[in-house]
Design a protein around this ligand. Structure first.
Ligand SMILES: Cc1cc2nc3c(=O)[nH]c(=O)nc-3n(C[C@H](O)[C@H](O)[C@H](O)COP(=O)(O)OP(=O)(O)OC[C@H]3O[C@@H](n4cnc5c(N)ncnc54)[C@H](O)[C@@H]3O)c2cc1C
Ligand code: SF4
Ligand code: SF4
Length: 575
């Protein structure tokens, strides 16, 4: 499948000809619904199966065709593809899913107060109109390279980038590790401080944590660790500095705002605003141990060989628990190759950025180390948000700053380790987990192969819905809007990875790697767009706050309680 005709890489546009809008573009609404009407109850958005199945007859396309990419199913059914989960959609109100794909109108629409949009039952956000357009749209240009809390309801005037909600007015944020705590000792405690207990109440105890580890990395006083249950826990005194709350993608961080701050105004429509997209696979023998085409590992190896990175924070299988993902700092191509493949649980990636943990792996000064981060899209949202701010992140400071390349793995949901592996596979289905060689979620099925490559399970993924992380339902970021490069299986034929190049940095990485790849234009963009659309639809149904890429980046805990319920001052009980 190698192609001699190397696609041209335009600097700031898709390489696929002007008629082809790329993965990031949205179809005209009529086209969306025209296509939706062809969908069976459970549409198959393609994947790395034996071939790329057409989503409908209309979508049976060749690479040279240039139809726009449908962004959503428009039906009330599941994605049926790499997720296949029906239960959420079925239990929720029908929603017009093209909301996020609407072009942001600068003249605004009906302005709805921040936080006033979701109905009490957690249904369709009311800032999405009947045509799926976002109604609360006043885009404020983010500052270059730096983020900024923006003016908005309840947030006052636009402020400088270091200003944040809940911070005592005179606290200096330059060195929060000590500055905040010192200040806290001297000042009367403001009413609106936000503590870890608030994060616990609103996210962790509420079962909404997606185990991204951002709170661990955000804490300037290293007060948050990772518990035996894989969830964040308080290991030291909390200063109430708010950072864990502010940066949590299920708490204070309005993740869809981060998409725009990182990727620009168009980085919210369709599957974002990519530069270009490919189906690719490495040509080395080790590819057979990879999940799809080995593109992720191939890119990391080339970056390492070229001296662009000293290491990559990836996943490895835990030494104690089979098929449990743990964060791992790979510093050689051999280590990267040893850790190919997908593990269907989170690593708390951003909780592994403390270099003292990896001290023996680096000879350089910590300040000089350059890294790549491979993670689920929520983890990439987290690191991007942290990197936008110049204050210190405790012992994770060097790690946060060292991430120069981010690779997101396409993701509709991830799983709780104990529930998926322990309860569902071992206990309920009597699967010998030590004998499992590969797991995959494809075409709406969970597939499990043994060590010899024989399939031992193929079952509807919806049967495993209860084992999924509940907080994933609120995630609309299937294609990793904040990443430099996104890689998945959907959209490419068997043994190829789908690669979306989103940033200049990503393009540099791609250009370094392409010579060792067998690649061609992304085979089925519509499949990617469709699954992204389904993912947004599911998120709109699950979010209890408005989905609003133009609202302020941070959400106050008090606003969160208004929408999600819960205790207003849980820290009072704990202090
Ligand atoms: C939870 C989850 C759900 C996914 N769902 C979809 C989906 O619905 N549709 C789709 O098209 N693709 C999905 N993917 C991505 C897909 O499974 C492959 O990871 C992707 O196509 C890359 O394949 P590859 O052969 O290029 O990667 P490889 O070369 O095999 O490299 C994979 C890299 O990812 C790292 N990794 C594995 N698991 C994790 C993890 N849990 N967290 C962080 N890093 C990890 C590995 O250590 C390795 O470095 C999902 C991935 C994950 C982790
Ligand atoms: S979702 Fe991420 S940031 Fe929020 S509590 Fe969980 S690990 Fe921390
Ligand atoms: S579905 Fe979203 S929130 Fe859940 S692991 Fe994947 S990227 Fe994170």
């Amino acid at each position: 499948m190698a192609t001699e005709d190397e696609p041209e890489l335009a600097e700031d546009g898709p390489a696929l000809g002007s008629a082809d809008p790329g993965v990031g573009e949205e179809p005209a609404e009529a086209e969306v619904f025209a296509e939706s009407s062809h969908l069976p109850g459970v549409p198959d958005a393609g994947g790395s199966g034996t071939s790329v199945p057409p989503v409908s007859e209309q979508n049976d396309r060749t690479r040279s065709e240039t139809e726009p990419i449908p962004d959503q199913s428009g039906s009330g059914d599941s994605c049926g593809s790499n997720c296949g989960c029906k239960s959420n959609s079925e239990s929720s109100q029908p929603t017009n899913a093209s909301a996020a794909d609407s072009t942001a109108s600068t003249d605004g629409g009906r302005a709805i107060a921040d936080g006033a949009g979701a109905d009490a039952a957690g249904g369709t956000p009311t800032n999405v109109d009947e045509n799926g357009e976002l109604t609360n749209l006043t885009f404020t240009e983010p500052a270059e390279d730096k983020s900024q809390p923006l003016a908005g309801e309840g947030r006052g005037e636009a402020t400088d980038p270091t200003d944040r909600p809940n911070m005592p007015g005179d606290a200096k944020l330059d060195t929060p590790g000590y500055g905040i705590r010192a200040k806290m000792n001297d000042i009367e405690e403001p009413d609106d401080k936000t503590w870890f207990m608030e994060l616990d109440e609103g996210v962790i105890d509420a079962g909404r944590c997606i185990q991204c580890g951002t709170c661990v990395a955000a804490c300037p006083s290293d007060s948050i660790g990772i518990g035996d249950d894989g969830l964040p826990e308080l290991v030291k005194m909390c200063t109430g500095c708010s950072l864990c709350w502010d940066f949590c993608p299920r708490g204070g961080l309005r993740y869809e705002r981060q998409w725009k701050i990182t990727g620009g105004e168009d980085n919210v429509k369709g599957a974002g605003d990519p530069i270009t997209e490919f189906s690719a696979r490495v040509q080395d023998d080790w590819r057979h141990s990879s999940q799809d085409g080995g593109a992720v590992t191939g890119i990391l190896i080339r970056l390492m060989e070229a001296g662009e990175i000293d290491g990559a924070l990836i996943a490895t299988e835990s030494e104690e628990d089979p098929w449990k993902a743990d964060g791992f700092m790979a510093t050689s191509p051999e280590e990267l190759i040893e850790n190919t493949g997908t593990i269907y649980n989170q690593t708390m990636a951003l909780g592994h950025l403390d270099f003292s943990k990896w001290e023996d792996k680096f000879e350089k000064d910590w300040d000089d180390i350059s890294l790549a981060l491979v993670g689920t899209p929520c983890e990439i949202e987290g690191i991007r948000a942290l990197q936008d701010f110049e204050w210190e992140y405790g012992s994770q400071e060097e790690g946060v700053r060292a991430i120069d390349y981010t690779i997101a793995l396409m993701c509709t949901k991830n799983f709780n380790y104990q529930k998926l592996i322990g309860e569902q596979l071992q206990e309920k289905r009597d699967i010998d987990i030590d004998n499992v060689g590969k797991m995959d979620v494809l075409h709406g099925k969970l597939m499990v192969d043994d060590l010899e490559g024989n399939q031992i399970l193929e079952e509807d993924i919806e049967n495993f819905h209860d084992a999924a992380l509940k907080g994933c339902d609120e995630c609309a970021d299937f294609t990793g809007f904040c990443a430099d490069i996104t890689v998945g299986s959907v959209g490419s034929s068997d043994e190829y990875s789908s690669v979306i190049v989103r940033t200049e940095q990503g393009l540099d990485a791609w250009n370094l790697t392409k010579e060792v790849l067998d690649y061609h234009d992304l085979e089925d963009k519509s499949a990617v767009g469709k699954l992204q659309g389904w993912d947004k639809k599911k998120a709109f149904e699950s979010l209890k706050r408005p989905f609003d890429p133009d609202a302020p980046r941070f959400i106050d805990y008090t606003d969160h309680v208004e929408q999600y319920g819960g205790e207003l001052n849980p820290h009072e009980a704990d202090h």
